[in-house]
Write a new protein. Structure first.
Length: 296
């Protein structure tokens, strides 16, 4: 992945609000549901989600800025200092390792490091390694296969289980460091970050979607198309619905959960003179105060 700041089009000094605004604007533009059949839009959306997933996490953003992890959230191997670099530094006298440590010292050091292992036959378990992987919201919800590129050039195929949650750690046995002396290899521990979605909000196994509806649809009722993680379905809006009315799509959530649809009445962006004239002379049959209880 390229520089996440460039992907979102923000400066490195951008605050959380600026990141969120940039992400939402780009996510809506490139969302697969709004660009059916366009694979480039889907790839772009994944890039945007991964970039926001990294930068919206304060700790990961700081580590990326310090160069400790790459844009994909993977650990960068630290540079190993070498004694010759210190010996050749300006103003320092060159020296050999033997001058710092005598022959007896080296024998003692290596004896402590490897003596016990040799007594056990030279085999020991390899170290575990940790990686970070950012996945799309729908990949985490529905399950997927992702390929992780490792710093040493290897690749790992990672199975994303259905309903995986943000921050969950997956263990791939035997994919860590090789065991010295032919010992068992360590494991790969992969922390998975789930990028936020422009439409869906997760609540356990349930999903919540805020659905804009017109005034006419809310008053008269309607049958409209609603996105779900498995594709669009039709939902009936009862007459006289209001902003905040919650409807349920049974078992349309994650792993048997439900999807809840919260209605939000949205007026047309341009003035509607006929509607304005009607409201000037219209009076509700049942009087009500929409701000009752708000002011004492």
């Amino acid at each position: 992945m390229d520089d996440p700041y460039k992907i979102l089009g923000v400066e490195r000094s951008a605050d959380d609000d600026a990141l969120r605004t940039a992400y939402r604007k780009l996510a809506k533009k490139h969302h697969p549901d709004l660009n059916p059949g366009k694979s480039e839009a889907e790839e772009r959306f994944k890039e945007i989600s991964a970039a926001y997933g990294l930068l919206s996490d304060a700790e990961k953003r700081a580590r990326f800025d310090r160069g400790e992890i790459d844009a994909g959230g993977n650990e960068r191997p630290p540079e190993r200092p070498f004694y010759r670099g210190y010996g050749d530094a300006a103003g320092r006298t060159k020296y050999r390792a033997e001058e710092a440590f005598g022959p007896d010292d080296w024998e003692s050091i290596f004896g402590q490091a490897f003596g016990d292992r040799m007594k056990r036959g030279g085999k020991s378990r390899g170290a575990d390694v940790r990686y970070t992987l950012t996945v799309d919201f729908l990949e985490a919800a529905n399950g997927a296969k992702r390929r992780l590129n490792l710093p040493d050039g290897r690749t790992l195929d990672v199975g994303i289980p259905v309903g995986l949650e943000d921050g969950q750690v997956l263990r791939l046995r035997g994919q860590g460091m090789a065991g010295p002396g032919g010992g068992t290899a360590g494991d790969a521990l992969i922390e998975v970050n789930v990028a936020p979605h422009a439409v869906f909000r997760r609540d356990g196994k349930d999903l919540v979607v805020e659905l804009p509806v017109s005034l006419a649809e809310a008053v008269l009722g309607a049958r409209i198309e609603v996105p779900t993680i498995k594709g669009s379905v039709y939902l009936t809006i009862p007459p006289n619905s209001n902003t905040g009315t919650r409807l349920r799509l049974k078992e349309r959530g994650i792993a048997g959960g439900h999807q809840y649809v919260d209605l939000k009445i949205v007026l047309p962006p341009e003035p509607e003179p006929e509607l304005a004239e009607f409201l000037k002379t219209w009076a509700p049959r049942h009087e009500f105060d929409p701000r009752k209880g708000l002011v004492s």
